[in-house]
Design a protein around this ligand. Sequence first.
Ligand SMILES: [Zn+2]
Ligand SMILES: [Zn+2]
Length: 129
Amino acid sequence: MLTQHLNPLTPVEIHQLALKEVPGIGLATVYRSLKSLAAEGHVVAVEIPGQAPRYERADKGHHHHFMCRECKGVFELETCLDGIKGMAPNGFRVDDHEIILYGVCENCLSKGLGTTPSHPAHAACGHTH
Ligand SMILES: [Zn+2]
Ligand SMILES: [Zn+2]
């Protein structure tokens, strides 16, 4: 059920999609199968602070995410930053990193949403917290 969907989905979203294919399937069943898919390494959890964990296929390789603050949609980014390991102090070893971009997606912008920054003090730098 995750295979056709590019963007990471919450268990509730996956449940809604699964219901179209398997009428009557319970949310608990979706949680259980996500757990075993994760244990087998087929899906990975995408943790976004303040958000329910989302799941996506594990075979996509290194990538990052963009979160729309209007629709709360999470989108995949294909690019990473060169030289990100250089941010760590000398003598430190970097094993992994997380980058989440926050903003407004194309769809929401086209509906005229997201024109007022949620936090005016941060309007210039694009931060939404
Ligand atoms: Zn959006
Ligand atoms: Zn990266």
